[in-house]
Design a protein around this ligand. Structure first.
Ligand SMILES: Cc1cc2nc3c(=O)[nH]c(=O)nc-3n(C[C@H](O)[C@H](O)[C@H](O)COP(=O)(O)O)c2cc1C
Length: 197
């Protein structure tokens, strides 16, 4: 086995180790509204959920060079709202384009030609052709070293009919995309597994 002590290697190495070991990672395509009136859209694979009874999702972001918050974190903290759009094979390329580091005065919705739709319970737009969107209000934000973690209470779900069976969301139809370490995405190939307990 190769062994690594994080204290002894460059950040590039620990970054590669963590992001490859923790994979595939789901991708939150987060839409927010800026206080300047410009909406924002960006992908984050440091994404998961905390609970499903009172559904909470988490996303965390690094800072820009110089220490400024990324637009997503700043908007979510300023307005207390964000939406998490689920990334599928159909929206993979557009999602990737929205990772461009645009200034706060420009919207990635326009930059990447992503269609908007209105949310029900919050102001930011959602991605109109996302198979699933979760509208969130900010539960809390936590600083962890140089990162900011956002926790969002899910206040509303949108689910496309095309990914349901008998009215319920169906993992076999969703085609979610995940992120691996390095320059790789992965697509879903559901494997049915009869659990014994
Ligand atoms: C698939 C994918 C996943 C990403 N995940 C993260 C992440 O977890 N944290 C992060 O800080 N940046 C992540 N990025 C980079 C951000 O999307 C990028 O910095 C973006 O410009 C942030 O936009 P904003 O300033 O509008 O919020 C990711 C990029 C891609 C393509």
């Amino acid at each position: 086995m190769k062994e690594f002590d994080p204290e002894d290697v460059e950040t590039r190495v620990t970054d590669r180790l963590v992001k490859t070991a923790v994979s595939p990672r789901p991708i939150a395509w987060v839409s927010t509204a800026g206080e300047n009136g410009v909406d924002n859209l960006a992908p984050f694979s440091s994404y998961n959920y905390v609970g499903s009874r009172q559904p909470i999702v988490t996303v965390h972001t690094s800072r820009r060079e110089g220490g400024d918050l990324k637009d997503t974190a700043r908007n979510a903290i300023d307005t207390g709202e964000f939406a998490v759009n689920v990334v599928t094979e159909a929206t993979l390329e557009a999602m990737d384009r929205t990772a461009e580091g645009l200034p706060p005065s420009e919207s990635e919705f326009d930059f990447a030609d992503v269609p908007r739709a209105e949310c029900r319970s919050i102001d930011p737009p959602r991605v109109a052709n996302a198979a699933v969107t979760m509208e969130c209000t900010l539960h809390d934000s936590i600083e962890i070293y140089d990162r900011v973690m956002l926790l969002g209470d899910v206040t509303y779900f949108h689910v496309a009919e095309s990914v349901t069976t008998d009215g319920e969301i169906d993992a076999r139809k969703l085609d979610t995309v995940g992120r691996l370490g390095g320059p790789y995405y992965t697509v879903s190939e559901p494997m049915e597994f009869e659990r014994e307990y």
